[in-house]
Design a binder for this molecule. Structure first.
Ligand SMILES: NC(=O)c1ccc[n+]([C@@H]2O[C@H](COP(=O)([O-])OP(=O)(O)OC[C@H]3O[C@@H](n4cnc5c(N)ncnc54)[C@H](OP(=O)(O)O)[C@@H]3O)[C@@H](O)[C@H]2O)c1
Length: 209
């Protein structure tokens, strides 16, 4: 058993989730930001990769919720690169840092789970999260982590907001980076909604992704 996994991200009209500088940029409309806030509120946990934390230093919390009410923050950090001063280590919510088994790093105020050899074992992590009561997980990026979730057949729903802008750049990150797949992973479009100056597309996997 594993949590229900929703991948959520925002990309530009040319398919980029950040610029070539890999820094956070506003792609979502105000309407989409409100939707993301609701989705976070309704999730037991929010997960990002270490690349996202190093680029954007997000809080991963919902304004107005207490530390007990906020979803668990999960950072996938195989080699223990998370800086001690990262915002995800503040006391606004609980944080779980997931490293590979050979990493011995610890962080004040955060729980550490060590699972997997060269990369964090995402399937093993999902089982562990389910056992600790996590039923709904929101994966917020970045491109490497989302790609790994798809590769491991761990995505139940994929929500992508397409903002009305072009950013370009051949090395700019996209929603699913990684090594790429030799065969396309087919999706079913289950919903589309205009949210301000952009559109939210919601997909589900076809068969067993
Ligand atoms: N627009 C949006 O919605 C949005 C949302 C989030 C992020 N972003 C953007 O995305 C970019 C960051 O994405 P990113 O791809 O560089 O980093 P990422 O996906 O956040 O993190 C990837 C890193 O996680 C670690 N990792 C450990 N186990 C892994 C596994 N099983 N699978 C994949 N990765 C694993 C690896 O680092 P180690 O080898 O060190 O463990 C890997 O390099 C930034 O530019 C950020 O602004 C955009």
């Amino acid at each position: 058993m594993r949590p229900f996994v929703t991948v959520n991200c925002a990309m530009t009209a040319d398919g980029k989730i950040a610029s070539v500088l890999r820094k956070q940029m506003r792609i979502s409309s105000p309407e989409d930001l409100a939707r993301v806030k609701e989705m976070r509120k309704n999730s037991d946990a929010i997960l990002v990769g270490i690349g996202t934390v190093l680029s954007d230093d997000p809080h991963l919390t919902v304004k107005g919720l207490t530390p007990e009410e906020n979803p668990l923050r999960i950072v996938i950090d195989g080699r223990g690169r998370l800086p001690e001063i990262s915002r995800v280590l503040d006391d606004l919510a609980k944080t779980l840092i997931v490293t590979c088994e050979d990493c011995s790093k610890t962080w004040k105020g955060a729980e550490v789970l060590r699972i997997g050899k060269n990369k964090v074992d995402l399937s093993g992590l999902m089982k562990n999260l389910y056992e600790r009561g996590i039923r709904t997980l929101m994966v917020e990026g970045g491109g490497e982590i989302i790609s790994s979730f798809f590769e491991n057949n761990l995505v139940d729903r994929y929500c992508v907001f397409v903002g009305s802008m072009i950013i370009g750049g051949r090395t700019a990150p996209t929603p699913a980076d990684g090594d790429g797949f030799t065969q396309p992973l087919d999706l079913k479009l289950v919903d589309h909604k205009v949210l301000g100056n952009g559109i939210l597309l919601t997909y589900e996997p076809v068969n067993d992704l």
